[in-house]
Design a protein. Structure first.
Length: 87
């Protein structure tokens, strides 16, 4: 289940950050498509997700996350990996 399928996905990221020690790395991987095509609708259907929600933006906005990195080269941009270090 991707983060987007969770009704309170921001709280999942918050809780995960609370478990990471200072200097530790947090990584999230999820689907994202700017425009919902047939493949995106299929992913939404089977995963009960919202692939148009850029969940990495919330991680990037957290003040305790530094050296944020976003890689969206997977599945022709359909899957991303976002990471950062807790300070």
């Amino acid at each position: 289940m991707g983060l987007s399928a969770m009704p309170e996905w921001q709280k999942v990221i918050d809780k995960s950050l609370s478990l990471v020690r200072v200097g530790g790395k947090i990584v999230i991987m999820d689907w994202y498509m700017e425009e919902l095509n047939l493949w995106g609708r299929f992913i939404d259907l089977i995963g009960n997700a919202d692939v148009t929600r850029p969940t990495w933006e919330y991680l990037k906005s957290r003040k305790e996350v530094k050296d944020f990195n976003l890689n969206h080269s997977f599945k022709n941009g359909g899957v991303f990996v976002a990471s950062g270090y807790k300070v």
